[in-house]
Design a protein around this ligand. Structure first.
Ligand SMILES: [Zn+2]
Length: 310
């Protein structure tokens, strides 16, 4: 016996498929999917992609990009994204190998872009703080990879990114380029406003937790005296702490970061009677929801600590 198929079902089977086929034909084109390594790049991409696509984040907002164990599911996300956005091997060293297997048209390294602004690298970093110490590749190329902290770099990235998105999704090319144009104007205004706001504290000495603020410090002529550590996951050694104490004479402030164990920095601030501030260079705080806001908040926090009792 063959299973009985009702005559009705036999006749209507093609019709039953119709909604499926219609749905397929009418569904909007797949949206462009950008995967950003860290939150500052996610915020930048979001400014351009708007509601025409998806921008997701590879690392948790407060995960250190310097040292991150990649999971199998992360590999899948790297392979599935239309565009992977990262700074480069100087910062996200852990991405170098996996991205070697992703097509060049599906990835964009910001550090590789021409015409970015690069600060002079501070001289003190020429000396390793702990001889023979483990270095996981932070600042490989002798330059500060935290390039999003200069809004002029953000503007350059916006232009390049808009072109890449236009290539991936030509239907929305004008949309991406218009949004890039608007962001560039906004960043230009922000740059001038930060310059004016920070100018009064330009002479005030301070220390930062890790060697990450060159782009911001040099753009706005701030007086960074030293950094507690070169690589953020390493606590400063005894020899370096001794040098730090010398360099911190006359400092007004020590800025910690919300991502790492700050006990050594806090002890130092207490011992030397320095005010404590905090800088969130990754914009990890939920209060930071856009790229200009990340830089604006950073300036707020610099001012808050350096202006106290001035
Ligand atoms: Zn860093």
């Amino acid at each position: 016996m063959f299973p009985r198929i009702s005559p009705w079902r036999r006749r209507c089977a093609p019709l039953l498929l119709l909604p499926v086929l219609l749905g397929w034909a009418l569904a909007p084109r797949a949206e462009v999917e950008v995967l950003a390594s860290i939150k500052p790049l996610q915020l930048l991409a979001q400014e351009l992609v708007g509601e025409r696509g998806q921008v997701s984040l590879l690392l948790e907002p407060n995960a250190s990009p310097h040292d991150y164990p990649l999971k199998v599911s992360d590999m899948q996300r790297l392979n599935n994204a239309d565009l992977v956005l990262w700074v480069g091997e100087e910062l996200e060293t852990f991405l170098s190998r996996p991205l070697a297997r992703v097509a060049p048209e599906n990835q964009l390294s910001l550090a590789a872009l021409p015409d970015l602004h690069w600060p002079r690298y501070p001289e003190e970093s020429q000396h390793p703080e702990e001889p023979g110490g483990h270095d996981h590749g932070h600042h490989h190329h002798g330059r500060d990879p935290h390039l999003w902290l200069d809004p002029r770099n953000g503007a350059k990235v916006a232009r390049v990114l808009a072109d890449r998105l236009a290539t991936l999704d030509p239907d929305n090319a004008d949309y991406y380029r218009d949004r890039a144009g608007a962001l560039v104007s906004e960043l230009d205004e922000l740059d001038r406003s930060l310059e004016a706001r920070l100018e009064p504290v330009a002479g005030r000495g301070f220390a930062v937790y890790h060697q990450a603020y060159g782009h911001f410090v040099q753009r706005y002529g701030l007086n960074q005296l030293t950094a507690v550590t070169e690589s953020p996951e390493r606590r400063p050694g005894a020899r370096h702490l001794y040098e730090l104490r010398q360099r911190l004479a006359g400092a007004a402030c020590l800025f910690t970061e919300p991502y790492y164990d700050m006990s050594a920095a806090r002890d130092l601030a207490q011992e030397l009677d320095l005010r404590l501030g905090e800088l969130d260079l990754l914009g990890a705080s939920e209060a930071v929801t856009d790229y200009p806001g990340l830089l604006d908040t950073l300036a707020d926090n610099v001012l808050e600590c350096l202006q106290a009792d001035s």
